[in-house]
Design a protein around this ligand. Sequence first.
Ligand SMILES: [Zn+2]
Length: 360
Amino acid sequence: MKSLVMRAHGGLDQLEFADLPDPDLTSDDDVLVSLEAAALNHLDLWTLRGLPGLTLDFPHTLGGDGAGIVRKVGSAVTQVAPGDRVMINPGVACHQCEYCLAGKHSLCSSYGLLGEHCPGTLAESIALPEPNVVPIPSLPRGHPPLTWAEAAAFSLVSLTAWHMLVERARIRAGETVLIWGVGGGVAGTALKIAKLFGAVTIVTSSRDEKLAWAREQGADFVINHGEADVVKEVRGITKKAGADIVVESVGEATWDRSLRLLGRGGRLVTCGATTGAKVSIDVRRLFWFQWDILGSTMGGDGDYREVVRALGLGHLRPTLDSVHELSQARAAFGRLAAGDHLGKVVVDIGGRAREAATAS
Ligand SMILES: [Zn+2]
């Protein structure tokens, strides 16, 4: 099968369009999916560059997000059948450890991600466990059906942002949420989720076109963090109270400001450290203001069911930046690495990424 692989850790020049053996079921619980589309995430770039403790067999197929058609199922599979059109949850858990049994799948002691710890979705087929696929929902009347590209782009950022805001930060209607870097996939989805929950949203970006997009998505306040003093702006908007929730994935470059604009009883929830991982905190402010500093990564199967249900109700529709051919996927990675994209960078595998992904 055709696949986009990395030959070794390094830069984009390590990416190659290659022919690999077709995958097959490896257990009774497995499902074989022929992929119509896949979507890129920054995680794919991190995997390409190399992550501490991550040892891969090369060539390695990247990609966590994807959507396609079930071709074959193991004898123990009950929830999907050949011919079903499915989206993929990139998080692979054991479903047996104490964390999995408690529904906290992203804490699983053997948790891994497609494309990072095991072969990914930038290929014509993938074999994966049954809990990692879910039928693509039909949308309510009046909504155009999801395309394959949209179905492929949905899962990772939606699951991540939902787990951050709903499960970890316990967002409530009327709260003020500050989201850094709204052009990013998780941040942009966090905005949609915060609006869905009736929060007051303040978003930042250094790019005016990304702020204009955020306005279209319902952002209540937008701040160009390249020009304005974000702390001062947030204190003004909240009449000095500060934000109830700060959504972080930036790390060192924003951390101090995140804490300065966090209100009493505020929650800072983080899923990333793109500018650096070492941050500090004044413990006196932590206890006096009774802050919660929350880590979050991916989400559990319950979170995934909830985001897919929200999608089926017509919410959280992915924003797409561009669609690239699988053979041109290196250019897709280049677009992601450059940071100019707004929305998801998608790879068309089956040749019909712009077609409806649900059979009507
Ligand atoms: Zn587990």
